[in-house]
Design a protein. Structure first.
Length: 376
């Protein structure tokens, strides 16, 4: 096992790329989908089960963990990997995005952001330096720069001002991160939907230098069309030889479209959150298991899926346990959704390896166009 953090590209198909990120805690096959373990758990899943779905890396949320149980406590208990029993790589976000979406009474300044916890109202101050400290205490393998993600739509001047502050914060993050062999710091490109501002942001990040680069500020309500338009140019503005991470994406067709445009890593709560609300992702689109059409259906969710929910249970059973609010419902549906997302990633990696991403994409869309199987 390597002691360094490095990225190796193996194959390309169009703009889509397949590679491997090497870390002391294991390899990450790209394109990679990272399940979200917000509060030191991927909800309803044991870590070993998450691994069985094919995940190489998890995401942890700095905002949640700094408030409860606190980064200092996790550090005293041996770090996040040990605390949550996941030995493989972990990426943590900077906390900035969730401060904006979850906390109250935020006050932003050049120094950072002051906010009140959504849990107990306690007051906190988060800066690039403090975010780096928290992510170091957690023991994160891939650390994200502290940035500001402006809500869209916004005036160009406001997006430019925010992006330039985030670039100054990126410099401060790099400085505070220090020299940590085996760990990586990723810069985050901002600039809204504007190609010129995105380019300016990319240039600022490249001048600082990072082990990887994220496309930030998307998947915040702009819609798939606008997101893809940005992804038609944004990845090309970032270094070719470093991983590119699209934050907070997405639905299966978002993921496929992002990989097609040169993205290597993604994360989203969708497969796990949807599993708990009875929304299931399959090759043939979305299935709502609470729908009465499933109550007498002896067939699996997807006969081609090898996950425990599809191998061992009928739609009728999954419908029943969901309607009865049994805990196993969240467990099985989350497992299936994570399995399906990882299966798409595996299929894309295989298609890129033989330079046939277009073939994968045709089949992906053709199966979805069929829609769910006919009711019994
Ligand atoms: Zn399944």
């Amino acid at each position: 096992m390597t002691e360094k953090f490095s990225f190796q590209l193996h194959a390309r198909s169009g703009k889509a790329r397949a590679g491997t990120i090497h870390t002391p805690r294991g390899e990450i096959r790209t394109p990679a989908f990272m399940p979200v373990g917000t509060a030191a758990t991927v909800k309803a899943m044991l870590p070993g089960s998450v691994r069985q779905t094919g995940a190489d890396i998890l995401l942890g949320n700095t905002y949640h963990l700094m408030l409860r149980p606190t980064a200092e406590r996790i550090d005293r208990l041996g770090g996040l990997h040990k605390f949550m029993n996941w030995e493989r790589p972990i990426l943590t976000d900077s906390g900035g995005f969730q401060v904006m979406s979850l906390s109250s009474l935020r006050k932003m300044s050049e120094d950072g952001v002051t906010f009140k916890s959504h849990i107990d109202g306690s007051k906190h101050h988060l800066t690039p330096e403090r975010s780096m400290e928290i992510q170091r205490l957690l023991g994160s393998d891939i650390v994200m720069c502290f940035d500001e993600c402006p809500a869209l739509p916004a005036e160009r001047d406001e997006i430019a001002r925010s992006m330039r502050m985030s670039m100054r914060w990126a410099g401060r993050s790099r400085e505070a991160f220090g020299d940590r062999p085996g760990h990586a710091l990723f810069g985050i490109q901002q600039g809204g939907l504007d190609e010129q501002l995105r380019g300016e942001s990319a240039d600022a990040l490249k001048a600082i230098g990072f082990e990887g680069y994220a496309v930030g500020g998307l998947a915040v309500g702009e819609g798939q069309k606008a997101m893809f338009e940005v992804l038609d140019f944004a990845p090309d503005q970032l270094p070719e030889d470093k991983p590119r991470y699209l934050m907070g994406v997405g639905k299966p067709d978002d993921i496929v479209g992002a990989v097609k445009r040169g993205i290597d890593m993604m994360d989203c709560v969708l497969p796990s959150r949807s599993g708990r609300t009875g929304q299931v992702f399959t090759r043939r689109g979305v299935v709502n298991i609470k729908n009465a059409r499933h109550q007498d259906d002896p067939r699996p969710l997807d006969e081609a899926c090898s996950c425990p929910a599809c191998s061992n249970y009928s739609r009728a059973y999954l419908h029943h346990v969901f309607r009865s609010q049994e805990i196993i419902s969240s467990m099985l549906l989350t497992w299936h959704n994570l399995h399906y997302f990882q299966e798409i990633m595996q299929q894309m990696r295989a298609a890129i390896a033989v330079d046939d991403f277009a073939g994968f994409e045709r089949q992906f869309h053709a199966e979805r166009a069929l829609g769910d199987i006919e009711p019994v």
